[in-house]
Design a protein. Sequence first.
Length: 248
Amino acid sequence: MIIKNVNLETVCGITSAIPDNLLDEVAFAGKSNVGKSSLINALMNRKSLARTSSQPGKTQTINFYNVNEAMYLVDLPGYGYANANIEIKAKWGQMIENYLHTSKRLKAVFLLIDIRHEPSENDQMMYEWMVHQGFAPIIIATKSDKLKKMQILQHVQMIKDILQVEPGTIVIPFSAESKQGREEIWQIVESVIELPQGYIEAENAKREAKQKQPAPQEPKKKERWKKTDRPVAKKTLRKEQKKKVKKK
Ligand SMILES: Nc1nc2c(ncn2[C@@H]2O[C@H](COP(=O)(O)OP(=O)(O)OP(=O)(O)O)[C@@H](O)[C@H]2O)c(=O)[nH]1
Ligand SMILES: [Mg+2]
């Protein structure tokens, strides 16, 4: 998708109601610090609209990013943040669960796993729970820039094995640094969401208008001065005549 405008439209805290959005949504879940907000920034071509931090537990709300007035990317709070107390952890879990159950426009869930490490028990629980709830999570193996190219396939296989993924599950290596995997993720997003009719019509109209525009003329090449029989300037003419006189 060509990103034209993005904005953080809704922020849901523990007590807020999940918005009844009219546009399709895709959501990103994963343990704290795995790179959810960084991925969302990369998808939106923004550096820091979604706040990121090297300290786990940065995103503690459900954040809805409106993209092109056509769809939402949903940033979920990270689970497994060791420093949060049990009560808060339970509430974040409830928020994620509540969102996944309540949203009427959720079209796909991406589960992010750090490519460097074996999926944790929490990751396994989250994956199993999602599958049990009827979702077919797409796995994103984050921070692929931290591995050598040779190791990437091996680690993708490790993630598949430990999560015991359902047959046909897609695992995409992704890096917010190199943007590896960005296009593949967008392709999946675009294949699962339905864009609003108004948006499609406006895009088509723009495309047609562009096609109708006359092709831009090629800039004229500067004509080079060519040697001709006739001298072009009077001075040159005089010089030539002088030469002839001398020869005589
Ligand atoms: N090298 C590298 N670092 C990354 C990548 N993605 C995220 N990071 C770093 O990992 C840290 C956490 O990233 P966030 O995007 O804030 O992670 P999060 O999953 O949103 O974390 P919470 O909001 O706490 O749940 C930050 O320091 C990022 O710069 C990546 O692809 N490569
Ligand atoms: Mg975050």
